[in-house]
Structure formats: C-alpha cells, structure tokens
Design a protein. Structure first.
Length: 361
C-alpha cells in the first residue's frame, strides 16, 4: 500500500535545502512512500537536480506561488497567501490526494490554516500539538499541548487528555494508557485553579472508566516515564520542550569538550565510544522531531523550523506511520466514544487561533 505525503518544502528556517534532502532520503529508505513536494517549482527542481533526484518516480512536484514566512501575521498567512506552499500542502490532504502533510513552517499559521481547511473532529474545541519525549524506560512519553494553545481552561486540558489517550491507544496498541496532569507537585492541593479543576474532570473520567488517570505529575516524571501521557497547556509544554532540547545539546557539548580536554580523557572517550554513541543516539532531539496536530479531520505534522535533514526525515516518518496504521480513523472512532459532544463557540475558535504560539526555532 502506497502512502502519499504532501511536504511543505518552503516552510521552516532552511526551506528546500533541508526538506528536499530529507524527502529524498526517506523515499529511498521507504519503498511504500510517495512524496508530493509543494513549493516554488523552480527552487524545488534546482534542489532535486543538485541531489540527482529529478527523475525519482516517487517524488512529484506541485507548484505553489507563495510562501508563509516564519514571522508572517496570521491574517497574512490565512487570508492573503491562499496559494502558499503550506496551504496547498494541506489542501492536498483535504482533497484526498495526500494521506498526511508535513510542514516546518510558522506554527501559528500552520494551526490556523489546518483548522480552517480541515476543520476539527466533533467535540474538539481546540487542536493540540502532541509529540513524544524519551524516558528512562526506553519508551516514549507523549506530551500535549506543546505550543498551540498558550491559554487554556479546564475543559481544554480535559479534551487534550482524551485526545492523547486516543492517540496512544492507536499508536502503541495500549487500550488504557496512563494520563498524568503536569503540576508543581503531586498533591491535589497544589497548582493553580485551572489545573485543580482539570484534575476534578479527569478523576471523574477515571471513575467512569473513560480514562486511566494517574494523577498529578511533576517535570521529572516526564523523563522517568511515570505515565504514558503528560497533559499541560501550550505555554508550559513549549517551554518544557525547548528546555529539554537545549539540555540535551548542552550535555552533548560538555561531554565533547571534556573528552577533548586532555589525552587521558580522549583515551577514555575512545574506550567508551560505543556507549557514548548509544547515549548520543538515545538523547538526540532530532529523533523525536515531528508533532501531530491532534484533533483535526486530517493528519498534519509539525517539524521544528530549525530541524536539519535528519530531523525532518523523522517528522516525515511519523506522518507516514500515522497514515500507514490509519491512526486518524482509529482516533476519530475513539474520540467519538470518549469526547463529550460540544461544538466550539466562535469565541473559542478565535481564541484558539490567536493563542497559537510558535515552536519553529
């Protein structure tokens, strides 16, 4: 079965210089993938020619005459640039010509355009960005929201928990994944009013068997793997994501510097190079690139704007896997069973778009 993925090749900090090599590498490693490259045709053709892939049978180009920049206001991206590579790539999903879309572009614009074009699943007020982080159990910790909604009410965090549970059930084959609510302490009396009220909703779901709510978790629990899912608002989630990525790179930099600081240390590095390589691979933030815009009627994945080709390839892989295992249908079915049915108000829709923050750097 061939999986078709549309790639917003112009999005992100690097554009075709990263997205094209990543696309070429992915189709070479995955025979069931077909990638639709969306962007300024001349630029894409030049990059393909540079990598001697102009005639690849599973790479095609769809021209788009405009580009959403990383600092474009939402009004410009959504209302004026209707032929942007981002919008055209998402339209391909809506039209059924692509099974999923990947973009490294402006997060707020991607969320707004995706929501406008694809719409949300029934009962979902605000889509959320969900991605994975490594943990000590050598497995993934799914975390949401990672930047789409910086201001949330209890009902929004409640919906994030339901959507996260549906996603993990589909992706990991776990019918009752554990859900943790990120807080400043495990005790029920701690946290702000939004978190406290969210905990009440999640405990009620747990008692009714709708969710497997573990309780409050702290920041260190993310990497312990205490729960399968960690729920928070987009402001906290994005800061956590950036801090963890920065820490990973800092640790790698310190280790490299120290091992090169003396001949004895260099000898130790040579002896331990197998273990060091494994550590580097396990902690490499690029391996966890690619967040799902959860709650839409289509698969859209967000890559970090500054990702290199290796990292962008991981984002494509996550989109490919989600499409291959028909995650959207499975999530839609599960959410229909779990989600309290309520339509988003116009005010809530406006807030969701205006609150979309950026994780592109």
């Amino acid at each position: 079965m061939t999986i078709k993925i549309s790639i917003d090749c112009m999005g992100g900090d690097h554009g075709p210089s990263v997205t094209i090599p990543a696309a070429i590498s992915f189709v070479q490693s995955e025979p069931d993938a077909e990638l639709i490259l969306v962007g300024l045709e001349a630029s894409l053709l030049a990059e393909l020619k540079k990598h001697k892939a102009s005639e690849h049978p599973r790479l095609s180009i769809v021209n788009a005459t405009e580009v959403v920049t990383m600092d474009d206001p939402l009004e410009i991206a959504l209302r004026r640039k209707k032929d942007s590579s981002m919008r055209v790539a998402i339209n391909l999903v809506k039209q059924g010509d692509a099974d999923a879309c990947v973009s490294a572009g402006n997060t707020g614009a991607l969320m707004a355009i995706s929501r406008y074009v694809l719409k949300t699943l029934p009962g979902v007020n605000r889509p959320a960005i969900c991605s994975i982080l490594p943990n000590q159990k050598d497995g993934p910790t799914y975390m949401l929201d990672l930047g789409a909604n910086v201001d949330c009410e209890p009902q929004h965090l409640h919906q994030f928990a339901l959507m996260g549970s549906a996603l993990v059930s589909a992706m990991e084959g776990n019918p009752r994944p554990t859900v943790g609510l990120l807080n400043v302490g495990e005790e029920d009396i701690k946290g702000n009013e939004v978190v406290k009220q969210t905990a009440v909703l999640l405990r009620a779901d747990h008692e009714q068997g709708r969710l497997n709510f573990y309780g409050n978790v702290e920041g260190n629990d993310i990497f312990k793997g205490t729960t399968d899912i960690v729920v928070c608002d987009g402001f906290v989630g994005n800061v956590t994501l950036k801090a963890s990525e920065g820490l990973g790179r800092f640790v790698k930099s310190v280790l490299t510097t120290e091992f090169k600081s003396s001949p004895l240390n260099l000898l130790g590095a040579l002896i331990a190079r197998g273990a060091l390589k494994a550590i580097s691979q396990r902690m490499n933030p690029s391996r966890y690139n690619g967040g799902s815009l959860l709650g839409l009627r289509g698969l859209v994945f967000k890559s970090h704007g500054g990702a290199d080709a290796y990292g962008y390839q991981w984002a494509i892989k996550r989109a490919f896997d989600a499409a291959k295992y028909d995650v959207l249908t499975r999530i839609s079915t599960k959410i229909a069973d779990l989600m309290p049915q309520s339509d988003a108000s116009p005010e809530d829709s406006a807030v969701a778009i205006s609150n979309a923050t950026s994780i592109e750097k």
